[in-house]
Design a protein around this ligand. Structure first.
Ligand code: NAD
Length: 480
């Protein structure tokens, strides 16, 4: 049994209360580690450490800061196998996926912001003959970073790296459902020589210790990724305190397929955009709209491909669909499949829980599921399921599919498949979402703005957007 520790003031320590929560391996349903059940006292300790560290960290040269972040990046890369295994066991995702995507990206996040800070520049605005304005950007102070379970180390580092690069000190909380790689990261930060207090990782429950971060008077900005309803709770607390807020929330993303697309590429990619990480990626396209003339062909080809997907032990090399992250999330997904049936949908593939043999018989597995025959405005097509469940719907015109696509409260990401550039440009410009992929999915350039519209969040991460969020801008106006 591994006992996870908090990382506060450069030390790995127990929670003050000495209370722990069980951490499950979703592949077999067993408790395999203990997570600190931290509270406000631990946050106060972390805050004081961060506040003390800020006076020197905020004054380190860009070179120094960049070097330490590069060292962390390198250590993540050197520990790729260990971290990927830990991520797969904690989350249920295929080990292959953690090795190829999650851990390399966590390393890249540190590398990217270590170099971005060296290239970050502020604006100047001249009023000829009158005055010169320039913008000074300073770190905010102590900031809070709270992340979800679906891409644990990937999203945790996506927040921490820019916050540290910009000169802030951080109190961070990973999801209590997948805390392991954040714990391993704390060990790597010590090895990299990150000064004590610069980064503090406090584990525990969202409504308890997460809320303590959000309501702490000294923590001046909150960068949060998670569900829309949690974002609402956080905004209610942080808003009246006038904290800077970045909220990356849920999605219900459309995948729009026109008859003139590159069919083979579309089919291969749609398999991933539907079911990668068991559909538990905020960017997955869970509503698939297909132009009517290729609807039947798509349906039969898609079902045929999905039926060959291998569900199994996340640690096996050939597994494509691993475990759902938790028992309660598995139950939520199954309840939405039931709802889809009640709403008149037809399950054309999957729809059931999977019971694996032997040691994994108590694990949490759900078949990749395809549903048709639902109206665009039913709950199944409007609410985020966040599992291996997609609906397919035919359409006849561009206006009709835009209306379907834009009909939800969400606006995170969309995918469009067509070889007609004019159509692609028009549809992309009309879609209400923060990201539109045309003829691809999940292609990420870390310099681009990342985030959602409507109930998918406020603010943007990525590139200089993140460095702007983690700094306070001051205009200096000098008279000529
Ligand atoms: P969640 O909202 O339940 O939890 C996210 C984090 O917030 C966890 O660390 C949790 O402990 C913490 N938390 C919970 N309640 C809190 C509170 N009252 N105060 C402070 N912190 C609190 O989300 P989840 O189930 O972990 O993740 C799934 C959700 O995340 C989905 O809705 C998904 O779409 C979304 N997501 C969005 C993005 C994006 O970039 N927009 C990326 C990944 C996941």
């Amino acid at each position: 049994m591994i006992t996870i520790k908090n990382y506060i003031n450069g030390q790995l320590i127990d929670p003050i209360s000495k209370n722990y929560i069980d951490n499950y391996n979703p592949a077999n349903g067993e408790v395999y580690s203990l997570i600190p059940d931290s509270d406000g006292n631990d946050i106060e300790l972390a805050y004081q450490a961060a506040k003390t560290a800020f006076s020197s960290w905020s004054k380190t040269s860009l070179d120094e800061r960049s070097d330490i972040l590069l060292k962390i990046s390198e250590l993540i890369y050197l520990n790729l196998d260990k971290l990927a295994l830990a991520e797969s066991i904690d989350n249920g995702k295929p080990l292959k996926l953690a090795k190829r995507v999650d851990i390399p990206r966590a390393s890249q996040n540190f590398k990217f912001f270590a170099t971005a800070i060296m290239n970050f520049a502020s604006e100047s605005h001249e009023m000829p003959g009158v005055a010169l304005n320039y913008t000074l950007r300073r770190p905010i102070g102590v900031v809070g970073c709270i992340s979800p379970w679906n891409l644990p180390l990937y999203l945790f580092t996506w927040k921490i790296a820019p916050a540290l690069a910009a000169g802030n000190c951080v109190v961070a909380k990973p999801s209590e459902i997948t805390p392991m790689t954040a714990f391993l990261l704390s060990e790597l930060c010590i090895e990299a020589g990150l000064p004590p207090g610069v980064l503090n990782i406090v584990h525990g429950l969202g409504g308890k210790v997460g809320n303590e971060i959000v309501k702490h008077k000294g923590i001046k900005a909150i960068s949060f990724t998670g569900g829309t309803s949690t974002g609402e709770i956080i905004a209610k607390t942080a808003g009246p305190m006038f904290k800077k807020l970045s909220l990356e929330l849920g999605g219900k993303n459309p995948n729009i397929i026109f008859a003139d697309c590159d069919y083979d590429k579309m089919l291969k990619t749609t398999l991933l955009s539907s079911f990668a990480n068991q559909g538990q990626i905020c960017l997955c396209g869970s509503r698939i709209f297909i132009e009517r003339e290729i609807y039947d062909k798509f349906k039969s080809d898609f079902v045929s491909k999905v039926s060959k997907m291998i569900i199994g032990n996340p640690l096996n090399d050939n597994t494509q669909i691993g475990a759902i992250v938790s028992k309660s999330h598995k139950e939520k997904i199954l309840s939405y499949i039931q709802l889809a049936k009640e709403e008149g949908g037809t399950i054309i593939y999957g729809g059931n829980e999977v019971k694996l043999e032997g040691e994994l018989s108590e694990g949490f597995y759900v078949e990749p599921t395809i549903i048709e025959g639902l109206k665009h405005d039913c709950r199944t097509n409007q609410e985020e399921i966040f599992g291996p469940v997609v609906t397919i719907t035919p359409f006849d015109t561009i206006d009709e599919v835009l209306m379907y696509a834009n009909s939800t409260e969400y606006g995170l990401a969309s995918t469009v498949w067509t070889t007609n550039l004019n159509k692609a440009n028009y549809v992309a410009s009309e879609l209400q979402s923060g990201i539109v992929w045309v003829n691809c999915w999940l292609v990420r350039d870390l310099r681009t703005p990342f985030g959602g519209m409507k109930s998918s969040g406020i603010g943007r991460e990525g590139g200089f957007e993140a460095l702007k969020f983690f700094t306070e801008a001051k205009n200096i106006c000098i008279s000529y």
